[in-house]
Design a protein around this ligand. Structure first.
Ligand code: NAD
Length: 491
């Protein structure tokens, strides 16, 4: 079985303890690789390498940094097929999705920030207020400087895409970084080390340390030489990181869980709402933080919508994700499959009607190599109270819960009735209502008559328990730089 390595100071190295964790292929349930079980000593070595690389890298011109980021994007493009296969083997997502979305978008992240740093503007303020006793004419300008070594921690659902979404702005702005990818899906991050070498990224600028959450990630979070942590993952771990950061006054960006509503009014383009609901709920087996899981439908079209949605969902069959034709793959880990199964069982005992799915498929319906895989049928359910545990807890799986509403006020109340606030969608043809409802939704992102249309320049992130801070565009450039105001007397 292939053993992956850490990537520190431009070299592939084994973990200092010599210990490894198994990495499982979700489609088969069998281990397919081993990943370093790194700990504090490996994090120390990576931070030292990043620290050593920082002075030269932060002094490199923006033009040169942009060129290297673009080269890294080119290397991702060249290895598109290998990376897509690795991503599918690690995550269980359909290979077509990895090839069409995840990997090209990782390259796009590097290209976007390569360009963005060429076009940043500064702030300038002219002051003519009297100082104590005498008028004073002065000019203020704000410099933004890289913070140093950035700690970047990412989850398993979009492994390369979410990691590159952090690395790109961190190094574009002159920081160096230590990455801790998810131990569940480490292969594409390990391959990124090879791509850094071929793109000519200077040693130490990007370091990748694998390992379990607390042992590797926790050591990165608490490391005194790491002033900024960008984390994407669960709300529980985000809270812990926030507490640590509070103690040490580190800068943190936390992109956390969601329980995203989709609100479908009676005047919506019915077909568009139906097909988008299918995609928004079940893409990547429902394991995208932006996936819609609570579908609120106006009562006048509710029964028809449930019937039509169930008919479409039943057409989706669990398939070997490595097959080109697969549209619906495996759940990424045994732990995640167990969680989904538990929550759907809770829904049953709370009286929900399960219209389709609700269980793992019969193994006889799966290809021979997938009989031990982590599969769960796409599920549609109705009849749950908005306040019940199932409607409050993030499932992060292929489970759609539908609820009828009568009025706009009720729709907004139901949409906002969880502790999360990451993303929401609204379907209506009424322009005024679209704007009004978007404004009233307690959500970091609102899509009107669409879902997951992403413009990398826009702020990305959640309200309430879905996170602290924002990523994307200028938000990311700001997060990774420290502002310094300089006030110059002009007379
Ligand atoms: P997780 O919180 O278990 O792990 C995320 C990462 O943090 C992993 O690399 C893990 O090893 C590491 N980690 C775990 N404990 C740690 C600790 N104590 N200190 C430092 N690092 C630690 O999350 P997950 O199960 O990998 O991912 C699923 C979650 O991520 C879901 O809640 C999902 O909504 C969320 N997510 C959010 C976004 C977003 O942009 N808001 C995007 C994708 C996923």
């Amino acid at each position: 079985m292939r053993a992956l390595s850490n990537f520190i100071g431009g070299n592939f190295v084994a973990p200092k303890s010599g210990e490894y964790l198994d990495v499982f292929e979700p489609a088969t349930g069998s281990p397919h690789a081993r990943v370093p079980a790194s700990g504090p000593a490996d994090i120390d070595a990576a931070v030292a390498a990043a620290d050593a690389a920082f002075p030269a890298w932060s002094a490199t011109s923006t033009e040169q940094r942009g060129r290297l980021l673009n080269r890294l994007a080119d290397e991702i493009d060249k290895r598109l097929d290998d990376l897509a296969h690795a991503e599918t083997t690690d995550t269980g997502k359909p290979i077509s999705l990895a090839r069409r979305v995840d990997i090209p978008r990782a390259a796009a992240n590097f290209r976007y920030f390569a360009g963005a740093i060429q076009h940043t503007t500064g702030e300038f303020f002219e002051t003519d207020q009297p100082a104590v006793g005498a008028p004073l004419h002065a000019m203020n300008y704000t410099l933004r400087r890289p913070r140093g070594v950035a700690g970047l921690i990412s989850p398993w659902n979009l492994p390369l895409y979410l990691l590159s979404w952090k690395i790109a702005p961190a190094i574009a702005t002159g920081n160096t970084c230590v990455c801790k990818p998810s131990e569940v899906t480490p292969t594409t991050a390990a391959m990124l080390g090879e791509l850094c070498q071929s793109a000519g990224i200077p040693p130490g600028v990007i370091n990748i340390v694998h390992g379990a959450g607390q042992a590797a990630g926790g050591s990165l979070v608490t490391h005194p030489r790491v002033p900024a942590i960008s984390f994407t993952g669960s709300t529980a771990v985000g809270r812990w990181i926030g507490e640590q950061a509070g103690r040490s006054l580190k800068r943190v960006s936390l992109e956390l869980g969601g329980k995203n509503p989709m609100v479908i009014f009676e005047d919506a383009d019915y077909e568009e709402a139906l097909s988008t609901c299918l995609r928004a709920g079940l893409s990547n087996q429902g394991q995208i933080c932006l996936c819609a899981s609570r579908i609120l439908v106006h009562r006048t079209i509710f029964d028809r919508f449930v019937r039509d949605l169930v008919a479409r969902v039943k057409e989706l069959r669990c398939a070997d994700p490595a097959h080109e034709s697969a549209a619906f793959g495996a759940i990424t880990s045994r732990a995640q499959l167990d969680k989904i199964t538990r929550i759907v069982n809770d829904a049953r005992s709370l009286g929900a009607t399960i219209h389709c799915g609700g269980r793992s498929p019969d193994v006889s319906s799966l290809p021979a190599r997938c009989k031990g895989g982590y599969f769960f049928e796409p599920t549609v359910m109705t009849g749950l109270d908005a306040a019940c545990s199932v409607e409050q807890e993030e499932i992060f799986g292929p489970v759609l819960s539908l609820t009828p509403f009568d009025t706009e006020d009720e729709a907004v109340r139901l949409a906002n009735a969880t502790s999360y606030g990451l993303a929401a969608s609204v379907f209506t043809r009424d322009l005024a209502r679209a704007h009004r409802v978007s404004d009233r939704l307690a959500s970091g992102i609102v899509w009107v008559n669409c879902w997951m249309v992403r413009d990398l320049r826009t702020p990305f992130g959640g309200a309430k328990a879905s996170g602290v801070g924002r990523e994307g565009g200028s938000e990311a450039l700001r997060f990774f730089t420290e502002p310094k105001n300089v006030c110059v007397r002009l007379e």
